[in-house]
Design a protein around this ligand. Structure first.
Ligand code: FAD
Length: 447
């Protein structure tokens, strides 16, 4: 071990929710850490609806008061809709509105460590800036507009980040590197650890609208997922403020137009298949140009190693259908920071030191992944389970983001079992409703 002092104990690449929450946890524990963020905040970012397991982290970091002061819309629940014309008798469940497949309120299940019956939707420009400034207030050093260009994992007993300063690169020695670079996967690319998801190849196109009519019911501040009559395609509707709504279309790569110019029309064609949404959008004002997100699902073979840990999207990206990303980012830093603090105390920075983090976060993302795969494979099963009092709270537990404590949640095992029955029986009333994902996918070692 090198007994000289590094510039910082921990160097964090990226200041999104993963990087800033990591910096906040470490700074709170008195650890000298630095965040390099390539962009100048506030900047727009996709991923605007949280799940309640994020609230635990916001509470631990002392951010809940500021969340309220900033008036981020309260998210009490979620609604899934399908085109009324697409509804068949077996889609309809007692007590639901005509186009509604399922809805839920988070307060139906108590969450240990969470005192609120709501979570938040966030303007990511504002939210990410708030988190980063909070980390700074707690004692982290933050450099914004500074990109990490390269890393040497073995520089005389330290890791050395090469930080861009104009045309020059400045070396910064740290004991440990945390990669929180998001989907740019800084270390995953350099160490050649990234594997493309063999199943999910989704694309998205999205923007903000002012004056979109979200209705007058108690659900106007819920997230809405509107299904489209196109394979594995849906629209998100996320409140950003009282008058601003984020709308995005998600579809498979094969549906997404290759030419840029055709994509805006594609957005309108897609929402046009749900005339009630189309009409309300056309009556509102588009506030920003469209933004696209492409082919974003992947895994990373090793999410930690000697002197490094990856958190948030830098470690894994799973399809966003259940609004999981920010929660995974925050919780991965929550778990990883504990191992990092212990490693700094013991002076052992080998991969083994991050085992608890690795096991916990892999368990959680595997559960998310399976839930999402089951959902795409047999959508109606999700509706059936959430409408069944026997399973409703177990499904809600997953949707709240409490996915880290069980190796094989019973509700997922049961869903898989039913899928196999439906797949193997051509006469089953749900057989024709099977999506294009295959059973092999559900067994895949990728998950
Ligand atoms: C279509 C779509 C819809 C989504 N919807 C939701 C949703 O509703 N809810 C939800 O929770 N999540 C959603 N997500 C996921 C969410 O966007 C991410 O999971 C979340 O932003 C991850 O946070 P992060 O901190 O890991 O990465 P990011 O938020 O991407 O932050 C990474 C930061 O690192 C910086 N950076 C990168 N490389 C470097 C470098 N070399 N040097 C310095 N800085 C660097 C970047 O500038 C960036 O600011 C969605 C994602 C997609 C694609």
């Amino acid at each position: 071990m090198n007994h000289e002092k590094p510039d910082f104990e921990v160097g964090i690449v990226g200041g999104g929710p993963a990087g800033s929450s990591m910096a906040a946890y470490l700074a709170k524990a008195g650890i000298k850490c630095v965040v390099f963020e390539g962009e100048l905040f506030p900047r727009p970012h996709v991923g605007e609806s949280l799940v309640p397991s994020s609230t635990r982290v916001l509470k631990e970091l002392g951010l809940l008061e500021q969340m309220e002061e900033n008036k981020f819309p309260h998210k009490y629940g979620a609604v899934w809709t399908v085109a009324t014309s697409a509804l068949t008798a077996d889609h309809q469940w007692e007590g639901l509105e005509p186009d509604c497949q399922a809805n839920l309120r988070f307060e139906e299940r108590e969450q240990p460590g969470v005192q609120q019956n709501y979570t938040y939707h966030v303007d990511r420009g504002k939210f990410d800036l708030l988190l980063l400034q909070h980390a700074q207030k707690l004692g982290a050093t933050v450099y914004s507009g500074v990109t990490v260009k390269d890393v040497d994992m073995n520089a005389n007993g330290f890791a050395q980040l090469k930080v861009g300063l104009g045309a020059k690169e400045m070396p910064v020695n740290v004991r440990l590197v945390v990669d929180a670079s998001g989907r740019r996967t800084f270390l995953g690319n350099r160490l050649k650890l990234k594997i493309k998801d063999p199943v999910f190849d989704q694309y998205a196109i999205h923007t903000w609208f002012r004056g979109y009519d979200r209705g007058s019911s108690e659900k106007q501040d819920y997230i809405f997922i509107h299904f489209l009559p196109l394979n594995n395609s849906w629209v998100w509707q996320i409140p950003i403020t009282k008058s601003i709504t984020s709308i995005g279309v998600v579809t498979q790569k094969m549906n997404f137009p290759k030419e840029r110019a055709a994509r805006e029309q594609f957005f309108w064609d897609c929402v046009g298949t749900r005339p009630e949404i189309f009409t309300r959008l056309k009556q509102s004002e588009q506030m920003r140009p469209f933004t696209e997100e492409g082919d974003y699902s992947y895994a990373i073979k090793e999410i930690c190693g000697d002197r490094f840990v990856m958190v948030g999207d830098a470690a894994r990206f799973v399809d966003p259908i259940f609004s999981t990303g920010v929660s995974i980012a925050l919780n991965s830093s929550r778990f990883a920071s504990r191992d990092i603090i212990a490693a700094l105390e013991s002076g052992n920075f080998s991969k083994d030191s991050f085992k608890t983090f690795e096991t916990t976060i892999k368990r959680g993302t595997r559960n998310w992944y399976e839930f999402i795969a089951v959902y795409y494979r047999l959508n109606i099963l999700f509706t059936a389970f959430i409408s069944n009092p026997k399973y409703r709270l177990d499904v809600l537990k997953l949707l709240q983001g409490d996915v880290y404590d069980e190796e094989q949640p019973e509700v997922l095992r049961k869903m898989r079992e039913i899928i196999h029955i439906v797949e193997n029986n051509e006469n089953h009333i749900w057989h024709s409703k099977l999506g294009s994902l295959t059973a092999d996918v559900l067994k895949s070692s990728f998950a």
